[in-house]
Design a protein around this ligand. Sequence first.
Ligand code: MN
Length: 293
Amino acid sequence: MVEQPFLNPLGVHALVWVGDTSPTSVNYAVTKTKETGYDLLELSLHDMTNLDVAAARRRLADAGLRVVCSRGLSFDADISSEDLAIVARGEQMLHDSLQVTAELGGDHLTGALYSALGKYPYALNDAGRRNVVTVLGSLARQAKNHGITLGLEVCNRYETNVVNTAQQALALADDIGEDNVFLHLDTYHMNIEEDDLVRPVREVGERLGYVHIGENHRGYLGSGHLDFTAFFHALVDINYTGPVTFESFSSAVIAAELSNNLAIWRNLWNDGEDLARHARSFIANHLTAANTS
Ligand code: MN
C-alpha cells in the first residue's frame, strides 16, 4: 500500500456496525472496523451497562485499533440542569464514562458531555451553564490523571441548547480553563449552525481535538450537498493531525434510546460494510488531495 500523505488516524463510529455494546456486537464492530481499513473505533457509551470492558479492551488491542469513547447525557442526568439532583446524576454518569474510557485503553472522551442529547424546550440559563463549567472542570482534572483528553462536540439546536457553534464551545472551554479540553467539530451539525465549513475550523485552530465527518442527512458521503473539499482544506490549513471519524446512521442499525434522541427515522443505507469502505476511501482521498494541492 502506498504511504498516505496525511497523519490523521481514520475512525468509524460503531453505529455503522451495531446498535449495542454486548460482547458479540463489540466483537463484530472490532472485526469489521479492522477489515475495512480503519485505525480507530468510536464506541458510544449509551449502552455501557452491557459492555464487557476487559473483553472489549483485549479485542481492540488484538486488532491493533485505537478506541475513542463518546456519549451524551440524558434529561434526568444532566449537568446543564438547575436541579442539583439531576446535575449529580449527570456528574456520576460522566465519571463512570471516564472510568470505562480509561479501562478500555482510550485517551479521548467526547460528545455532548455537557447536556442531554435532545430538543430542549427553553434556552440554557446562567445557573445551568455554571453547573456545566464546574462539573466539566472537575472531570477534566480527573481525566488528566488517566492521560485522557475531553472533547466538547458542537451539536445543533435540536440536540442541545449548550453549544451550537464553535464560538460558543470555545467560550465554554475557556471558562472550564483546563488544557485537556478540546473542541470536536462535526460537519453534519456545522451545516445546520455555522456560516460555512471553513470559518469554524480556522477559529478553533490548535484547539481542535476530534472531527466527525457526516453528510447533511447522515448517509453516504458525497450523496448530499456538503462542501467537503473546503472542509478538508481547512483541516490541512490549520495542520490538524488528529482523528477524523466517519459517523453515519440509518434505521437499518438501531440503538435503543440513542437512535430516537438523534431522530434516526429513515433508512439511508442497509449495508454498513459497503458504506464504511466507501467512507474510508472518500475521507482518505480528500485528505490526500488537500495535503498535496
Ligand atoms: Mn457527531
